[in-house]
Ligand binder design. Sequence first.
Ligand SMILES: [Zn+2]
Length: 424
Amino acid sequence: MAPRAPFSSPLAEELAGDVLERFLRYVQVDTQGAFRVAARPSTEKQLDLSRRLVEELREIGLTDAELNDGHSVFATLPGTTEAPVVGLIAHVDTTPDVNGAGVAPIVHGSWGGKAIVLPGDSRQVLDPAELPALATRVGHDVVTSDGTTLLGADDKAGIAEIMAAVSFLARTPGRKRAPIRIAFTVDEEVGRGAEGFDLDAFGADVAYTLDGSDLGELEVETFSAASMRVTIHGSSVHPGVAKGRLVNAVKLASDLVLSVPRDGLSPETTEGREGYVHPHRISGNAEEAVVDFIARDHDDALLEQHLALLRELAEQVEVREPRAKVDVEVRQSYRNMRPFIEENPRVVEAALEAIRRAGVEPKLAITRGGTDGAVLSAQGLPTPNLFTGGQEYHSVREWASVQDMAAAAATIVELAGVWAESTA
Ligand SMILES: [Zn+2]
């Protein structure tokens, strides 16, 4: 044990107990999503948590809480003053990649700084020597799973923080606040969190996802993303009589993959603002082979260049083997939210001010991924991403600091106050 780390502000300290209690409850509800399922939500069990949240919101006094279109929890906390409506968004689902059933959270109170061996699987160790963020959390109350499941801080930390903040605001009517709209979505982890999101029914003027990570971070930039499917049509012939006739699509697809840059422009060799192209799936046979790529960049013009490069490499397949035919299909996935957020700088300023009032040094960050906020921002609702205090997402070694989660909840309360000072 170490001396317990302090909270970032008296408000954070006041909210900590409720945030933790809610967090421990929510992570025990299995809400694991599934890839490649047409149904919405992709797994019915996600709604177990959604329905519970509707009930809890009503108990807090948000009487209009509902499952909006059968899956998104919507609720309103009226403001005490005329001000822009502030949206708060988090997602109930957890990643399909890691087991989310039977989560048994453990609170390592006033963590002493030694490596944490998770009791359900002793191979799973949180070693501060390898985890710089953990190394700076000596004395924090650190929450982990038992090592056999993920923890689910992504994004149940965000949900617990919103719930604790809204509960506090609802029982503290003397505190000035902007009107708040809440949304808890499904299937964020399979890229469908914002699908069919009813912006009119939501009715927010600005919004924040609580789906970030490290203390004090506000993400205002995402990747712009596209996918490309290259279908190579060869000509299959019985190998016994194939001389001069077989055009093997498997070999042509392999050549295409080999022609893709490796030293740069790939996820395994880039970081920060550097973009990439990434062949992530290959399938087929001698007659026809399909190579699926994704392309990512923070700069839309560079993303177009990456796509042009891929198209050129695909065309080269036909140049080398004129008897083959190559089809290219491009899909835009989402856009960097930065230009949409820059149109409304107050969205960022208000969040930075709220983080400061919560006693934390704010920092602007970029994400090498997308968020639901990127989709909503492109649709006209500027939605940057606030930190939650969760770390090592999508891993059985996922962890969260209670002190950091409390700071995030305090940030939400402060945010309602900052926006109340702004006229609608
Ligand atoms: Zn998330």
